[in-house]
Design a protein around this ligand. Structure first.
Ligand SMILES: O=C(O)CCC(=O)C(=O)O
Ligand SMILES: [Fe+2]
Length: 302
């Protein structure tokens, strides 16, 4: 007996003439115009989007209305959905270690992350194969606050002076899993550590990645460090490592490397987790903010 596959649902072809990539007047980012993520993209358009992501690090699409299936279908052009290792909890992980394909980032309707400020991070940095990129689709946005800022880590690296670049080029950094730290808070109500000192038992499993990462798609070097997660420079005495990390963090958080996005309903932002950090400002808990996130699988940093 022969088995036939069902035809996929018909999709409109993407308009070709209106498609435009418009760089933002910012240290990173481009706006994509004349593109509806629900429609089937032309090959040349998809290739142009991939090249634009490599060049601009984040892509902003306005006025998008995909349902979950269309959103996943669009994202699948850029890779498979990130699946965490069973022993590494991530945002949205269930008790068995699995995470949903689409995570509701929302302060209402059983969403995750509430209304608090989020420090700058790259999604799933603390796993062996961190995410290559993530997408957020805005469904409801607050009248004020809840802005998301992306930082260009290539520019941050390139702006370091030669002496510090020479010091850090071969170093490895452990970024401890903050979801594990939540399960194992430090005694005495001390907050989340920025650096692991010898008195703190290391969270396991941990993984060390290069502090200076080579981008897998374009070979650019970048500072692979976030703003506030517990870290440790491998082989450095704690006070020396902590001082180095503090200095690098103060450097990369400068506004000259950053773009802040004020969300509108219907926006999709697709960003490169391999070359950027993102943070979020707090917002009034009485207002509603609802976004859907898809994170894509990545590869081992080198
Ligand atoms: O809510 C935001 O703007 C960002 C949330 C976030 O960090 C994420 O979805 O990965
Ligand atoms: Fe994130």
């Amino acid at each position: 007996m022969s088995v036939t596959l069902a035809d996929p649902p018909p999709r409109l072809a993407q308009a070709r003439d209106a498609f435009r990539i418009v760089p933002l007047e910012a240290p990173l980012g481009a706006r994509i115009e004349g593109f509806d993520v629900r429609n089937a993209p032309a090959g040349a358009q998809l290739f142009a989007l991939k090249a634009a992501l490599r060049e601009h690090r984040i892509l902003v699409f306005h006025g998008q209305q995909p349902d979950d299936a269309a959103y996943l279908d669009f994202a699948s052009h850029f890779g498979t959905v990130f699946a965490p290792p069973r022993n590494a909890p991530v945002l949205g992980s269930d008790p068995y270690g699995a995470a949903p394909d689409i995570v509701l980032v929302s302060n209402v309707d059983d969403g995750l992350l509430g209304n608090a400020e989020l420090s700058a991070h790259a999604d799933h940095h603390w796993t062996p194969q961190p995410s290559s990129g993530s997408l957020l689709h805005a469904l409801e946005v607050p009248p004020a606050g809840g802005d998301t800022t992306w930082i260009n880590l290539v520019k941050a690296y390139e702006a370091l002076d030669d002496a510090i670049r020479a010091e850090i080029d071969g170093l490895k950094l452990i970024t401890y899993n903050p979801f594990l730290r939540r399960r194992h808070p430090l005694p005495g109500g001390v907050g989340l550590p920025l650096y692991r000192t010898p008195d703190i038992e290391p969270l396991t499993p941990w993984v060390a990645h290069p502090l200076v990462r080579t981008h897998p798609d374009n070979g650019k070097r970048l500072l692979y460090l976030d703003a506030a997660t517990e870290v440790e420079v491998v082989g450095y005495e704690a006070s020396r490592g902590a001082a180095l990390v503090e200095r690098l963090r103060a450097h990369l958080l400068q506004p000259r490397f950053a773009y802040t996005h004020r969300w509108q309903v219907g926006d999709i932002v697709y960003w490169d987790n391999q070359a950027t950090l993102h943070s979020r400002t707090a917002f009034d808990p009485a207002s509603r903010r609802r976004l859907k996130r898809i994170s894509l699988a990545g590869s081992r940093p080198f």
